[in-house]
Write a protein that binds this ligand. Structure first.
Ligand SMILES: Cc1cc2nc3c(=O)[nH]c(=O)nc-3n(C[C@H](O)[C@H](O)[C@H](O)COP(=O)(O)OP(=O)(O)OC[C@H]3O[C@@H](n4cnc5c(N)ncnc54)[C@H](O)[C@@H]3O)c2cc1C
Length: 406
């Protein structure tokens, strides 16, 4: 290994950006040349996508260009799409260049496996999804049409989904929006979830969140069904195993996730779903010098459920993984090992007119602490304040304590 270590980070979101900032805290530009490769030119605060769908934020408001903060940190930004990773030759190939590395951090997030539910679309079928900026723009258009021509709505998640929080947020936010426009009486809302009970969220539930969600949905006349395996979305309905079709003119369904194509098709890098298997330091179990963090990582489900639900990978968890990986990588350059830690999670769910706060430690049960669950308007303000503070801090090349919000 030469005097200057070459580190390549793939992905410019929570995982990639946090890794870059944390690595620079430990490694000066004289010691490490860091390159961040991302296909998107901007960082987007993904947890605010449901607000974009409701017309309460624009994509510009929740994003910033990556180039300036990265150059302030002496990190080279390459806006390129990765097409392959050769872990033997230690080279990343993109649409424009080749990037040799000594260490590689994969933080490429997910590919939405929309093909799992015929009709999910969103661009070639009637279903909608908020899993990325373009999909959310499409969903925002569908919600505008719904306001003009109201009809029944289904908000749900497909079997194998792991990102369940937005199902609840979108149902509550839509309910709130329709009430404000006095259209709610024309729009029956049904939540269809693969979870065995409300608030399971792929992590076996969290304290009293199940009761909170049951009460909140019932209070708002939102019908729900659990252990549902959605099979198809048509123009008029959502079909599911063993159920009569649920009428819906606007079907918002969270898909199961897979690894992005470049990771899934690179030999020896990922499991059959395209996720990267890692150890407690977020190091690849076989490929030398390779780490993975965030949604790109393979994490086993919390337990068996009648309809599959996968383990969550939230923004807060992604940042903890990035911290652990960056510290281990910096320590390994000096011939040491970094410290590992169990993942915890803090998360605020937007309920339209208020918020619900959840804290689990660790995420995977059984847990040392009884989870904290709290409801109130202050949590909605906290979520909004966290978004603003996060964007303002990250765009200046700085980090803020992530224990505060989400
Ligand atoms: C609608 C929604 C709401 C959410 N709400 C919350 C919340 O309230 N709280 C919370 O904690 N978490 C929330 N999450 C989860 C959170 O957004 C994710 O955990 C987080 O975005 C994961 O970050 P990541 O860096 O792993 O991947 P991503 O955010 O998916 O980013 C992937 C990065 O990789 C890049 N990339 C992908 N493929 C390539 C390629 N081939 N070449 C180059 N670059 C590539 C992309 O450009 C992007 O920069 C939400 C998720 C969604 C979808």
């Amino acid at each position: 290994m030469g005097a200057r270590v070459r580190i390549v980070i793939l992905g410019g979101s929570f995982g990639g950006l946090t890794t870059a900032y944390e690595l620079r805290r430990h490694l000066s530009p004289e010691r490490a040349e860091i390159t961040l490769v991302a296909k998107d030119e901007r960082f987007s605060f993904v947890p605010s996508l449901p607000w974009v769908a409701m017309g309460r934020r624009s994509l510009e408001q929740i994003s910033f260009p990556l180039a300036a903060p990265l150059s302030r940190k002496h990190v080279v930004f390459a806006q390129e799409t990765v097409t392959g990773i050769d872990t033997d030759a230690k080279v990343v190939t993109t649409t424009r260049a080749e990037h040799p590395y000594d260490f590689l951090v994969v933080a490429t997030g997910h590919r939405s496996a929309n093909e799992a539910v015929p009709g999910l679309g969103p661009f070639d079928g009637p279903g909608h999804s908020p899993m990325s900026a373009p999909e959310t723009t499409e969903l925002a258009g569908a919600i505008t049409s719904l306001l003009a021509d109201p009809g029944p709505v289904v908000v749900g998640a497909a079997p194998g989904a792991s990102c369940i929080g937005p199902v609840y947020e979108l149902a509550f936010e839509l309910d709130h929006l329709l009430r404000r426009r006095s259209h709610r009486h024309q729009v029956p809302i049904t939540v269809l979830t693969p979870e065995p009970f409300l608030g399971h969220m792929g992590m076996g539930g969290a304290g009293t969140i199940r009761h909170l969600l049951e009460g909140a949905l019932e209070e708002r006349d939102i019908t729900y069904r659990t252990s549902v395996a959605i099979t198809r979305i048509t123009d008029e309905a959502v079909e599911a195993e063993g159920l009569r079709p649920t009428p819906s003119v606007c079907s918002i369904v969270i898909p199961p996730l897979a690894g992005v194509e470049a990771v899934a098709t690179s030999p020896g890098l990922s499991n059959p779903k395209g996720f990267v298997p890692v150890d407690d330091h977020y190091r690849h179990q076989a490929a030398d010098g390779v780490y993975a963090v965030g949604v790109a990582v393979a994490l086993p489900p919390a337990g068996e459920t009648p309809v599959p639900v996968n383990f969550p990978k939230t923004g807060h968890m992604t940042e903890q993984m990035a911290d652990i990986a960056a510290r281990d990588l910096a320590a390994r350059i000096d011939g040491r090992e970094g410290e590992t830690a169990e993942l915890s999670a803090r998360c605020v769910l937007d309920m339209g007119d208020r918020g619900a706060y959840m804290a689990v430690d660790p995420v995977r049960p059984p847990r040392n602490r009884i989870p904290t669950v709290s409801e109130g308007r202050r949590w909605l303000y906290a979520k909004q304040a966290f978004e603003r503070a996060y964007l303002a801090t990250a765009r200046r090349g700085r980090r803020m304590p992530t224990t505060l919000g989400w």
